[in-house]
Design a protein around this ligand. Structure first.
Ligand SMILES: *[C@@H]1O[C@H](CO)[C@@H](O)[C@H](O)[C@H]1NC(C)=O
Ligand SMILES: *[C@@H]1O[C@H](CO)[C@@H](O)[C@H](O)[C@H]1NC(C)=O
Ligand SMILES: *[C@@H]1O[C@H](CO)[C@@H](O)[C@H](O)[C@H]1NC(C)=O
Ligand SMILES: *[C@@H]1O[C@H](CO)[C@@H](O)[C@H](O)[C@H]1NC(C)=O
Ligand SMILES: *[C@@H]1O[C@H](CO)[C@@H](O)[C@H](O)[C@H]1NC(C)=O
Ligand SMILES: *[C@@H]1O[C@H](CO)[C@@H](O)[C@H](O)[C@H]1NC(C)=O
Ligand SMILES: *[C@@H]1O[C@H](CO)[C@@H](O)[C@H](O)[C@H]1NC(C)=O
Length: 477
Protein backbone atom coordinates (compact mmCIF):
# COMPACT_ATOMS: atom_id res chain seq x y z
CA UNK A 1 0.00 0.00 0.00
CA UNK A 2 2.74 2.47 0.86
CA UNK A 3 4.52 2.09 -2.47
CA UNK A 4 1.20 2.66 -4.22
CA UNK A 5 0.80 5.78 -2.17
CA UNK A 6 4.31 6.95 -2.97
CA UNK A 7 3.60 6.62 -6.68
CA UNK A 8 0.45 8.59 -6.28
CA UNK A 9 2.16 11.36 -4.33
CA UNK A 10 5.00 11.59 -6.80
CA UNK A 11 2.64 11.83 -9.75
CA UNK A 12 0.65 14.39 -7.91
CA UNK A 13 3.68 16.57 -7.36
CA UNK A 14 4.61 16.07 -10.98
CA UNK A 15 1.17 17.27 -12.01
CA UNK A 16 1.53 20.30 -9.79
CA UNK A 17 4.95 21.26 -11.07
CA UNK A 18 3.92 20.79 -14.66
CA UNK A 19 0.85 22.92 -14.13
CA UNK A 20 2.42 25.65 -12.05
CA UNK A 21 2.74 29.02 -13.66
CA UNK A 22 6.17 30.67 -13.53
CA UNK A 23 4.85 33.07 -10.90
CA UNK A 24 3.69 30.32 -8.57
CA UNK A 25 5.91 30.26 -5.55
CA UNK A 26 4.83 27.37 -3.41
CA UNK A 27 2.08 25.87 -1.31
CA UNK A 28 0.21 26.29 0.96
CA UNK A 29 -0.71 29.85 1.50
CA UNK A 30 -2.41 31.97 4.05
CA UNK A 31 -4.00 35.25 3.19
CA UNK A 32 -5.71 38.14 4.77
CA UNK A 33 -9.47 38.41 4.62
CA UNK A 34 -8.99 41.95 3.45
CA UNK A 35 -9.76 41.66 -0.23
CA UNK A 36 -8.07 44.92 -1.00
CA UNK A 37 -4.76 43.28 -0.18
CA UNK A 38 -5.04 40.05 -2.04
CA UNK A 39 -7.93 37.91 -3.06
CA UNK A 40 -6.27 34.53 -3.41
CA UNK A 41 -3.70 32.51 -1.60
CA UNK A 42 -0.35 32.93 -3.25
CA UNK A 43 1.27 30.15 -5.16
CA UNK A 44 -1.85 28.09 -5.07
CA UNK A 45 -1.79 24.61 -6.45
CA UNK A 46 -4.74 22.82 -7.85
CA UNK A 47 -6.55 19.62 -7.12
CA UNK A 48 -6.84 18.65 -10.76
CA UNK A 49 -6.07 15.01 -11.02
CA UNK A 50 -5.18 14.48 -14.64
CA UNK A 51 -3.98 10.92 -14.48
CA UNK A 52 -6.84 8.49 -13.94
CA UNK A 53 -4.59 5.66 -12.82
CA UNK A 54 -2.82 7.87 -10.31
CA UNK A 55 -5.76 8.68 -8.04
CA UNK A 56 -6.96 6.84 -5.01
CA UNK A 57 -10.39 5.26 -4.86
CA UNK A 58 -12.70 6.34 -2.09
CA UNK A 59 -13.03 3.68 0.61
CA UNK A 60 -16.34 3.84 2.47
CA UNK A 61 -15.40 1.35 5.16
CA UNK A 62 -12.65 3.61 6.49
CA UNK A 63 -14.64 6.83 6.39
CA UNK A 64 -17.94 5.40 7.65
CA UNK A 65 -16.25 4.42 10.91
CA UNK A 66 -14.79 7.87 11.30
CA UNK A 67 -18.19 9.51 10.74
CA UNK A 68 -19.78 7.33 13.43
CA UNK A 69 -16.91 8.14 15.79
CA UNK A 70 -17.23 11.89 15.30
CA UNK A 71 -20.97 11.86 15.83
CA UNK A 72 -20.80 10.35 19.28
CA UNK A 73 -17.51 11.97 20.28
CA UNK A 74 -19.13 15.38 19.81
CA UNK A 75 -22.56 14.47 21.19
CA UNK A 76 -21.98 16.76 24.20
CA UNK A 77 -20.36 19.55 22.24
CA UNK A 78 -23.31 21.96 22.45
CA UNK A 79 -23.31 21.77 26.25
CA UNK A 80 -19.54 21.92 26.58
CA UNK A 81 -19.27 24.96 24.35
CA UNK A 82 -22.09 26.61 26.34
CA UNK A 83 -20.20 25.88 29.56
CA UNK A 84 -22.74 23.28 30.73
CA UNK A 85 -21.60 20.05 32.38
CA UNK A 86 -17.94 20.90 32.35
CA UNK A 87 -15.47 20.44 35.17
CA UNK A 88 -14.04 23.43 36.99
CA UNK A 89 -11.09 24.99 35.21
CA UNK A 90 -8.39 24.64 37.81
CA UNK A 91 -5.85 26.22 35.49
CA UNK A 92 -7.01 29.62 34.39
CA UNK A 93 -5.40 31.25 31.46
CA UNK A 94 -3.68 33.91 33.55
CA UNK A 95 -1.23 31.42 35.02
CA UNK A 96 0.38 30.69 31.69
CA UNK A 97 2.34 33.23 29.66
CA UNK A 98 1.93 33.20 25.90
CA UNK A 99 4.49 31.20 24.01
CA UNK A 100 6.91 32.86 21.64
CA UNK A 101 8.80 30.51 19.35
CA UNK A 102 12.57 30.42 19.51
CA UNK A 103 13.00 31.21 15.85
CA UNK A 104 11.52 33.70 13.48
CA UNK A 105 10.85 33.32 9.82
CA UNK A 106 11.07 36.37 7.66
CA UNK A 107 7.73 37.74 6.64
CA UNK A 108 7.11 38.02 2.95
CA UNK A 109 8.12 41.15 1.14
CA UNK A 110 4.69 42.14 -0.05
CA UNK A 111 3.17 42.85 3.35
CA UNK A 112 0.31 40.34 3.16
CA UNK A 113 0.22 38.82 6.59
CA UNK A 114 1.75 35.40 6.71
CA UNK A 115 2.04 35.01 2.98
CA UNK A 116 4.38 32.20 2.56
CA UNK A 117 7.04 31.78 -0.08
CA UNK A 118 7.69 28.06 -0.12
CA UNK A 119 10.69 28.35 -2.41
CA UNK A 120 12.31 30.77 -0.09
CA UNK A 121 11.38 29.10 3.21
CA UNK A 122 12.17 25.67 1.83
CA UNK A 123 15.69 26.73 1.11
CA UNK A 124 16.08 28.03 4.62
CA UNK A 125 14.43 25.11 6.35
CA UNK A 126 16.80 22.67 4.69
CA UNK A 127 19.86 24.78 5.40
CA UNK A 128 19.72 25.53 9.10
CA UNK A 129 22.89 27.59 8.98
CA UNK A 130 21.24 30.21 6.78
CA UNK A 131 20.85 33.54 8.51
CA UNK A 132 17.44 34.37 9.93
CA UNK A 133 16.60 30.98 11.41
CA UNK A 134 17.68 29.64 14.76
CA UNK A 135 17.06 25.96 15.26
CA UNK A 136 16.52 25.43 18.97
CA UNK A 137 18.08 22.30 20.44
CA UNK A 138 14.68 20.74 21.08
CA UNK A 139 16.09 17.22 21.13
CA UNK A 140 17.91 17.64 24.40
CA UNK A 141 16.58 20.85 25.86
CA UNK A 142 15.43 20.55 29.46
CA UNK A 143 11.69 20.81 29.89
CA UNK A 144 10.88 19.31 26.50
CA UNK A 145 9.87 15.82 25.43
CA UNK A 146 9.20 14.43 21.99
CA UNK A 147 6.67 11.72 21.36
CA UNK A 148 7.34 10.16 17.94
CA UNK A 149 4.10 9.18 16.22
CA UNK A 150 3.25 6.48 13.69
CA UNK A 151 0.80 7.37 10.91
CA UNK A 152 -1.72 4.52 10.67
CA UNK A 153 -2.93 4.40 7.08
CA UNK A 154 -5.86 2.48 5.70
CA UNK A 155 -7.43 2.64 2.27
CA UNK A 156 -4.72 5.20 1.33
CA UNK A 157 -6.02 7.57 3.99
CA UNK A 158 -4.07 8.81 7.01
CA UNK A 159 -6.43 7.50 9.70
CA UNK A 160 -4.76 8.16 13.05
CA UNK A 161 -1.44 8.94 14.71
CA UNK A 162 -0.11 7.10 17.76
CA UNK A 163 3.09 6.86 19.77
CA UNK A 164 4.70 5.39 22.87
CA UNK A 165 3.95 6.43 26.47
CA UNK A 166 5.42 4.62 29.44
CA UNK A 167 3.30 3.38 32.33
CA UNK A 168 4.40 2.41 35.85
CA UNK A 169 7.69 2.17 37.66
CA UNK A 170 8.88 -0.43 35.16
CA UNK A 171 8.13 1.91 32.29
CA UNK A 172 5.94 -0.40 30.24
CA UNK A 173 5.54 1.12 26.78
CA UNK A 174 2.02 1.39 25.41
CA UNK A 175 1.01 2.69 21.96
CA UNK A 176 -1.32 5.65 22.47
CA UNK A 177 -3.43 7.69 20.02
CA UNK A 178 -3.02 11.45 20.58
CA UNK A 179 -6.33 13.29 20.61
CA UNK A 180 -6.70 17.05 21.04
CA UNK A 181 -10.49 16.55 20.80
CA UNK A 182 -10.94 14.84 24.18
CA UNK A 183 -9.46 15.04 27.67
CA UNK A 184 -9.20 11.55 29.15
CA UNK A 185 -6.30 9.11 29.25
CA UNK A 186 -7.18 5.45 29.01
CA UNK A 187 -5.35 2.20 28.45
CA UNK A 188 -6.57 -1.43 28.52
CA UNK A 189 -5.76 -3.37 31.70
CA UNK A 190 -6.79 -7.00 32.24
CA UNK A 191 -9.06 -6.54 29.26
CA UNK A 192 -10.14 -9.98 28.06
CA UNK A 193 -11.77 -8.98 24.78
CA UNK A 194 -9.08 -6.51 23.75
CA UNK A 195 -7.01 -7.31 20.70
CA UNK A 196 -4.23 -4.83 21.45
CA UNK A 197 -1.76 -5.27 24.33
CA UNK A 198 -2.89 -3.88 27.66
CA UNK A 199 -0.94 -2.49 30.59
CA UNK A 200 0.13 -5.02 33.18
CA UNK A 201 0.49 -3.13 36.44
CA UNK A 202 2.05 -6.03 38.35
CA UNK A 203 5.54 -5.07 39.44
CA UNK A 204 4.83 -1.36 39.28
CA UNK A 205 5.53 -0.04 42.76
CA UNK A 206 3.77 3.23 41.95
CA UNK A 207 0.43 1.73 40.83
CA UNK A 208 -2.66 2.82 42.76
CA UNK A 209 -5.93 1.26 41.64
CA UNK A 210 -9.39 2.34 42.76
CA UNK A 211 -12.87 0.85 42.50
CA UNK A 212 -14.32 4.04 41.05
CA UNK A 213 -15.85 3.24 37.64
CA UNK A 214 -15.08 5.17 34.47
CA UNK A 215 -16.81 5.15 31.10
CA UNK A 216 -15.73 7.12 28.08
CA UNK A 217 -17.68 7.16 24.83
CA UNK A 218 -16.08 7.65 21.44
CA UNK A 219 -18.06 6.96 18.33
CA UNK A 220 -20.03 3.78 18.48
CA UNK A 221 -17.04 2.96 20.62
CA UNK A 222 -17.14 3.00 24.36
CA UNK A 223 -14.54 2.03 26.92
CA UNK A 224 -15.16 1.27 30.55
CA UNK A 225 -13.15 0.19 33.55
CA UNK A 226 -11.92 1.68 36.80
CA UNK A 227 -10.00 4.81 37.62
CA UNK A 228 -6.33 4.19 38.45
CA UNK A 229 -3.19 6.21 39.16
CA UNK A 230 0.38 5.45 38.18
CA UNK A 231 3.53 7.05 36.82
CA UNK A 232 2.98 7.99 33.19
CA UNK A 233 5.70 9.47 30.96
CA UNK A 234 6.67 10.58 27.50
CA UNK A 235 10.45 10.38 27.38
CA UNK A 236 11.71 12.27 30.40
CA UNK A 237 8.46 14.20 30.92
CA UNK A 238 6.94 12.24 33.79
CA UNK A 239 3.82 12.55 35.94
CA UNK A 240 4.09 10.48 39.17
CA UNK A 241 0.38 9.91 39.90
CA UNK A 242 -1.44 10.38 36.63
CA UNK A 243 -5.13 9.45 36.66
CA UNK A 244 -6.24 7.18 33.83
CA UNK A 245 -9.11 4.88 33.06
CA UNK A 246 -7.87 1.28 33.34
CA UNK A 247 -10.14 -0.19 30.72
CA UNK A 248 -11.52 -3.70 30.94
CA UNK A 249 -13.96 -3.43 28.04
CA UNK A 250 -13.46 -1.89 24.63
CA UNK A 251 -16.13 -1.95 21.94
CA UNK A 252 -15.31 -3.37 18.50
CA UNK A 253 -14.86 -0.15 16.58
CA UNK A 254 -12.02 1.02 18.79
CA UNK A 255 -10.37 -2.34 18.98
CA UNK A 256 -9.92 -2.42 15.20
CA UNK A 257 -7.24 0.24 15.50
CA UNK A 258 -3.51 -0.37 16.11
CA UNK A 259 -3.15 1.75 19.25
CA UNK A 260 -3.88 0.35 22.69
CA UNK A 261 -5.07 3.49 24.42
CA UNK A 262 -5.74 7.17 23.95
CA UNK A 263 -4.29 10.39 25.37
CA UNK A 264 -6.72 13.30 25.58
CA UNK A 265 -4.97 16.63 25.06
CA UNK A 266 -7.97 18.99 25.23
CA UNK A 267 -8.68 21.03 28.37
CA UNK A 268 -9.44 18.97 31.51
CA UNK A 269 -12.77 20.78 31.76
CA UNK A 270 -14.30 18.23 29.35
CA UNK A 271 -12.80 15.06 30.90
CA UNK A 272 -15.41 12.32 31.35
CA UNK A 273 -13.64 9.76 33.54
CA UNK A 274 -12.82 11.96 36.48
CA UNK A 275 -13.81 15.51 37.16
CA UNK A 276 -11.10 16.19 39.69
CA UNK A 277 -7.99 15.12 37.80
CA UNK A 278 -5.70 17.00 35.50
CA UNK A 279 -4.90 15.77 32.03
CA UNK A 280 -1.34 14.51 31.50
CA UNK A 281 -0.35 17.83 29.90
CA UNK A 282 -1.95 19.84 32.74
CA UNK A 283 -0.04 17.80 35.30
CA UNK A 284 3.23 18.49 33.49
CA UNK A 285 2.37 22.20 33.60
CA UNK A 286 1.41 22.08 37.26
CA UNK A 287 4.71 20.38 38.08
CA UNK A 288 6.49 23.08 36.07
CA UNK A 289 8.12 20.24 34.17
CA UNK A 290 7.93 21.95 30.78
CA UNK A 291 10.05 24.78 29.39
CA UNK A 292 6.92 26.34 27.84
CA UNK A 293 3.21 25.75 28.37
CA UNK A 294 2.69 24.38 24.87
CA UNK A 295 2.73 21.21 22.88
CA UNK A 296 3.20 21.19 19.12
CA UNK A 297 1.99 18.63 16.60
CA UNK A 298 3.47 17.54 13.28
CA UNK A 299 1.45 15.04 11.21
CA UNK A 300 2.91 13.42 8.11
CA UNK A 301 1.05 12.89 4.84
CA UNK A 302 1.13 9.30 3.62
CA UNK A 303 4.37 8.55 5.46
CA UNK A 304 4.38 6.16 8.39
CA UNK A 305 7.28 7.66 10.38
CA UNK A 306 8.15 11.25 11.18
CA UNK A 307 5.05 12.62 12.93
CA UNK A 308 5.45 13.83 16.51
CA UNK A 309 4.10 15.70 19.49
CA UNK A 310 6.67 18.02 21.03
CA UNK A 311 5.76 18.71 24.69
CA UNK A 312 7.04 22.05 25.98
CA UNK A 313 8.49 22.85 22.59
CA UNK A 314 8.10 23.98 19.05
CA UNK A 315 10.24 22.30 16.42
CA UNK A 316 11.22 24.84 13.77
CA UNK A 317 12.34 22.09 11.40
CA UNK A 318 8.67 21.08 11.04
CA UNK A 319 7.54 24.57 10.04
CA UNK A 320 8.27 26.54 6.92
CA UNK A 321 6.96 29.93 7.89
CA UNK A 322 5.76 32.05 10.79
CA UNK A 323 3.07 30.99 13.27
CA UNK A 324 -0.31 32.70 13.00
CA UNK A 325 -2.26 32.62 16.28
CA UNK A 326 -5.94 31.94 16.96
CA UNK A 327 -7.36 32.66 20.41
CA UNK A 328 -9.63 29.95 21.85
CA UNK A 329 -13.28 30.84 22.40
CA UNK A 330 -13.48 28.52 25.42
CA UNK A 331 -11.09 26.33 27.39
CA UNK A 332 -12.89 23.09 26.52
CA UNK A 333 -11.94 21.82 23.09
CA UNK A 334 -9.17 23.72 21.34
CA UNK A 335 -12.00 25.80 19.91
CA UNK A 336 -11.28 28.81 17.70
CA UNK A 337 -13.39 31.23 15.63
CA UNK A 338 -14.08 30.11 12.08
CA UNK A 339 -15.48 32.59 9.61
CA UNK A 340 -16.23 30.34 6.68
CA UNK A 341 -14.61 28.55 3.78
CA UNK A 342 -13.10 29.61 0.48
CA UNK A 343 -12.69 28.09 -2.97
CA UNK A 344 -10.14 29.75 -5.24
CA UNK A 345 -10.26 32.78 -2.95
CA UNK A 346 -14.04 33.24 -3.17
CA UNK A 347 -15.46 33.10 0.31
CA UNK A 348 -18.55 31.62 1.81
CA UNK A 349 -19.00 33.32 5.19
CA UNK A 350 -20.25 31.52 8.29
CA UNK A 351 -20.04 32.10 12.04
CA UNK A 352 -18.57 28.90 13.39
CA UNK A 353 -16.46 27.56 16.22
CA UNK A 354 -13.83 25.11 15.02
CA UNK A 355 -12.57 22.35 17.33
CA UNK A 356 -9.00 21.53 16.30
CA UNK A 357 -8.87 17.77 16.66
CA UNK A 358 -5.85 15.54 15.97
CA UNK A 359 -8.06 12.54 16.81
CA UNK A 360 -10.35 13.10 13.80
CA UNK A 361 -9.15 12.40 10.24
CA UNK A 362 -11.35 14.70 8.16
CA UNK A 363 -13.09 18.11 8.31
CA UNK A 364 -16.76 18.42 9.33
CA UNK A 365 -19.07 21.43 9.00
CA UNK A 366 -22.70 22.10 9.93
CA UNK A 367 -24.99 21.04 7.05
CA UNK A 368 -25.66 24.59 5.85
CA UNK A 369 -21.99 25.55 5.80
CA UNK A 370 -21.09 22.33 3.94
CA UNK A 371 -23.82 23.04 1.36
CA UNK A 372 -22.55 26.60 0.95
CA UNK A 373 -19.01 25.35 0.50
CA UNK A 374 -19.88 22.85 -2.25
CA UNK A 375 -22.16 25.39 -3.93
CA UNK A 376 -18.93 27.18 -4.84
CA UNK A 377 -17.74 24.13 -6.81
CA UNK A 378 -19.56 23.66 -10.12
CA UNK A 379 -20.72 20.09 -10.68
CA UNK A 380 -20.59 19.09 -7.01
CA UNK A 381 -23.43 17.22 -5.32
CA UNK A 382 -24.33 15.40 -2.14
CA UNK A 383 -23.08 11.83 -2.54
CA UNK A 384 -25.67 9.09 -2.71
CA UNK A 385 -26.23 7.56 0.72
CA UNK A 386 -24.53 4.29 -0.19
CA UNK A 387 -21.27 6.22 0.25
CA UNK A 388 -22.28 7.41 3.72
CA UNK A 389 -24.25 10.39 4.96
CA UNK A 390 -22.56 13.77 4.84
CA UNK A 391 -20.30 13.17 1.85
CA UNK A 392 -20.22 15.26 -1.31
CA UNK A 393 -18.70 14.63 -4.72
CA UNK A 394 -17.11 17.00 -7.21
CA UNK A 395 -15.78 16.50 -10.74
CA UNK A 396 -12.29 15.01 -10.41
CA UNK A 397 -10.90 17.24 -13.14
CA UNK A 398 -11.86 20.46 -11.32
CA UNK A 399 -8.92 22.55 -10.17
CA UNK A 400 -9.45 23.86 -6.66
CA UNK A 401 -7.76 25.78 -3.92
CA UNK A 402 -9.78 25.00 -0.81
CA UNK A 403 -9.29 26.99 2.39
CA UNK A 404 -10.78 27.40 5.85
CA UNK A 405 -11.09 30.90 7.27
CA UNK A 406 -10.00 30.85 10.90
CA UNK A 407 -9.98 34.02 13.00
CA UNK A 408 -10.39 35.96 9.78
CA UNK A 409 -7.35 34.38 8.07
CA UNK A 410 -7.53 31.95 5.18
CA UNK A 411 -5.64 28.66 5.52
CA UNK A 412 -5.41 26.35 2.51
CA UNK A 413 -5.88 22.58 2.68
CA UNK A 414 -3.49 20.62 0.49
CA UNK A 415 -5.44 19.27 -2.50
CA UNK A 416 -4.06 15.79 -1.92
CA UNK A 417 -5.69 15.76 1.51
CA UNK A 418 -8.96 17.30 0.35
CA UNK A 419 -9.53 14.78 -2.46
CA UNK A 420 -10.59 11.50 -0.82
CA UNK A 421 -10.62 9.69 -4.14
CA UNK A 422 -12.83 8.63 -7.01
CA UNK A 423 -16.18 7.04 -6.26
CA UNK A 424 -14.84 4.00 -8.10
CA UNK A 425 -12.03 3.31 -10.53
CA UNK A 426 -14.04 4.41 -13.57
CA UNK A 427 -15.85 7.38 -12.05
CA UNK A 428 -15.07 10.97 -12.97
CA UNK A 429 -16.53 12.09 -9.62
CA UNK A 430 -14.29 12.45 -6.58
CA UNK A 431 -15.26 12.64 -2.90
CA UNK A 432 -14.42 15.84 -1.00
CA UNK A 433 -12.78 15.83 2.42
CA UNK A 434 -15.20 18.39 3.86
CA UNK A 435 -18.30 16.65 5.22
CA UNK A 436 -21.66 17.72 6.64
CA UNK A 437 -21.96 16.87 10.33
CA UNK A 438 -25.65 15.95 10.11
CA UNK A 439 -28.52 16.90 12.37
CA UNK A 440 -28.34 17.02 16.13
CA UNK A 441 -25.19 19.12 16.34
CA UNK A 442 -24.76 22.77 17.21
CA UNK A 443 -25.31 24.75 14.02
CA UNK A 444 -22.02 26.54 14.62
CA UNK A 445 -19.69 23.60 15.33
CA UNK A 446 -16.90 22.70 12.89
CA UNK A 447 -14.46 19.86 13.52
CA UNK A 448 -11.08 20.34 11.92
CA UNK A 449 -9.01 17.19 11.85
CA UNK A 450 -5.78 15.77 10.42
CA UNK A 451 -6.73 16.57 6.82
CA UNK A 452 -6.09 20.23 7.70
CA UNK A 453 -3.28 19.67 10.21
CA UNK A 454 -1.10 17.91 7.62
CA UNK A 455 -0.79 21.29 5.90
CA UNK A 456 -0.24 23.26 9.11
CA UNK A 457 2.22 22.53 11.93
CA UNK A 458 0.12 23.34 15.00
CA UNK A 459 1.07 24.80 18.36
CA UNK A 460 -1.36 24.37 21.28
CA UNK A 461 -0.62 27.14 23.77
CA UNK A 462 -2.20 26.76 27.23
CA UNK A 463 -2.35 30.55 27.46
CA UNK A 464 -5.43 29.96 25.31
CA UNK A 465 -4.50 29.94 21.66
CA UNK A 466 -3.69 27.67 18.77
CA UNK A 467 -1.00 28.63 16.28
CA UNK A 468 -0.49 27.35 12.75
CA UNK A 469 2.69 27.50 10.70
CA UNK A 470 2.97 26.09 7.16
CA UNK A 471 4.04 22.46 7.51
CA UNK A 472 7.27 21.08 6.19
CA UNK A 473 5.05 18.50 4.42
CA UNK A 474 4.34 21.09 1.77
CA UNK A 475 7.77 21.41 0.33
CA UNK A 476 7.95 19.86 -3.11
CA UNK A 477 9.28 16.35 -2.73
C1 LIG B 1 -0.53 7.69 -15.47
O1 LIG B 1 0.09 7.02 -14.40
C2 LIG B 1 0.67 5.77 -14.77
C3 LIG B 1 1.27 5.16 -13.51
O2 LIG B 1 0.35 5.11 -12.47
C4 LIG B 1 1.73 5.98 -15.84
O3 LIG B 1 2.23 4.73 -16.23
C5 LIG B 1 1.13 6.70 -17.03
O4 LIG B 1 2.14 6.98 -17.96
C6 LIG B 1 0.47 7.99 -16.60
N1 LIG B 1 -0.21 8.60 -17.74
C7 LIG B 1 -0.05 9.88 -18.05
C8 LIG B 1 -0.83 10.35 -19.23
O5 LIG B 1 0.66 10.63 -17.42
C1 LIG C 1 10.35 33.34 -3.28
O1 LIG C 1 11.64 33.10 -2.79
C2 LIG C 1 12.60 32.84 -3.83
C3 LIG C 1 13.91 32.45 -3.17
O2 LIG C 1 14.27 33.36 -2.17
C4 LIG C 1 12.72 34.07 -4.72
O3 LIG C 1 13.62 33.80 -5.78
C5 LIG C 1 11.35 34.41 -5.30
O4 LIG C 1 11.43 35.61 -6.04
C6 LIG C 1 10.33 34.57 -4.19
N1 LIG C 1 9.02 34.73 -4.79
C7 LIG C 1 8.23 35.75 -4.47
C8 LIG C 1 6.93 35.82 -5.20
O5 LIG C 1 8.51 36.56 -3.61
C1 LIG D 1 -11.00 -0.37 2.40
O1 LIG D 1 -10.54 -0.35 3.72
C2 LIG D 1 -10.67 -1.56 4.38
C3 LIG D 1 -10.33 -1.36 5.84
O2 LIG D 1 -9.12 -0.77 5.99
C4 LIG D 1 -9.77 -2.58 3.70
O3 LIG D 1 -9.87 -3.81 4.34
C5 LIG D 1 -10.20 -2.70 2.25
O4 LIG D 1 -9.33 -3.55 1.56
C6 LIG D 1 -10.22 -1.36 1.57
N1 LIG D 1 -10.81 -1.47 0.26
C7 LIG D 1 -10.21 -1.04 -0.83
C8 LIG D 1 -10.98 -1.21 -2.11
O5 LIG D 1 -9.12 -0.50 -0.81
C1 LIG E 1 -4.40 6.42 45.61
O1 LIG E 1 -5.15 7.45 44.96
C2 LIG E 1 -6.14 8.06 45.77
C3 LIG E 1 -6.88 9.04 44.89
O2 LIG E 1 -6.00 10.00 44.36
C4 LIG E 1 -5.48 8.73 46.93
O3 LIG E 1 -6.48 9.27 47.77
C5 LIG E 1 -4.66 7.70 47.70
O4 LIG E 1 -3.96 8.32 48.74
C6 LIG E 1 -3.67 7.01 46.79
N1 LIG E 1 -2.99 5.96 47.50
C7 LIG E 1 -1.68 5.78 47.41
C8 LIG E 1 -1.12 4.61 48.18
O5 LIG E 1 -0.96 6.52 46.77
C1 LIG F 1 -17.94 15.98 39.89
O1 LIG F 1 -17.58 16.08 41.25
C2 LIG F 1 -18.61 16.55 42.09
C3 LIG F 1 -18.07 16.60 43.51
O2 LIG F 1 -16.72 16.91 43.50
C4 LIG F 1 -19.83 15.63 42.02
O3 LIG F 1 -20.86 16.16 42.79
C5 LIG F 1 -20.28 15.52 40.57
O4 LIG F 1 -21.33 14.59 40.48
C6 LIG F 1 -19.14 15.08 39.70
N1 LIG F 1 -19.57 15.09 38.31
C7 LIG F 1 -19.32 14.09 37.49
C8 LIG F 1 -19.80 14.29 36.08
O5 LIG F 1 -18.73 13.09 37.82
C1 LIG G 1 -10.01 27.47 -9.60
O1 LIG G 1 -8.89 28.00 -10.26
C2 LIG G 1 -8.36 27.14 -11.26
C3 LIG G 1 -7.02 27.70 -11.73
O2 LIG G 1 -7.13 29.06 -12.00
C4 LIG G 1 -9.38 27.01 -12.37
O3 LIG G 1 -8.88 26.17 -13.37
C5 LIG G 1 -10.63 26.40 -11.78
O4 LIG G 1 -11.64 26.32 -12.75
C6 LIG G 1 -11.13 27.19 -10.59
N1 LIG G 1 -12.16 26.40 -9.94
C7 LIG G 1 -13.28 26.93 -9.47
C8 LIG G 1 -14.25 26.00 -8.87
O5 LIG G 1 -13.50 28.12 -9.50
C1 LIG H 1 -14.80 35.60 12.87
O1 LIG H 1 -15.72 34.94 13.71
C2 LIG H 1 -15.66 35.34 15.03
C3 LIG H 1 -16.58 34.46 15.85
O2 LIG H 1 -17.49 33.76 15.09
C4 LIG H 1 -16.03 36.81 15.15
O3 LIG H 1 -15.93 37.22 16.48
C5 LIG H 1 -15.06 37.61 14.30
O4 LIG H 1 -15.43 38.96 14.30
C6 LIG H 1 -15.05 37.10 12.89
N1 LIG H 1 -14.00 37.77 12.16
C7 LIG H 1 -14.18 38.22 10.93
C8 LIG H 1 -12.99 38.88 10.31
O5 LIG H 1 -15.23 38.10 10.34
Amino acid sequence: MSSQLAVQLTLFVFTLSAGASPAADGWPAIMSLDRSKQSRPRGEETAAVKNVTAVRVFNTSVTAREVRAVQVKYANAANFLAGIGINTDAHPEKGYPEFHPPSTFARSQDGVQGTFNATDAGARASGASEPGIVVAPVNNAPGTARMPLTDFMSGMLDVLYYGPMSFGSKQALMQIDVDTGSADLWVPMHCRGCRNPGYNERGSTSFNGTTEGCTITYGTGKVSGTLAYDTVAVGTAMVPQQAFCAVTEVSNDLDAEPNSGLLGLAFGSIAQASNSSNTFFENLLEQKALAASVFSVHLTRGVEKGSEVCFGCYDPTKARGPITWNRVVSRTYWSIPMNGTAVNGTQSPANLIAAIDTGTSLVYLPNAAADDFYAMIPGSAAASVQYGAGFYTFPCDTSLTVALILSGQSYAIHPDDFNLGRLDEESDQCVGGILALGSGFPNDLAIVGDEFLKSWYSVFDYAGRVGFAPSTNNQNQ
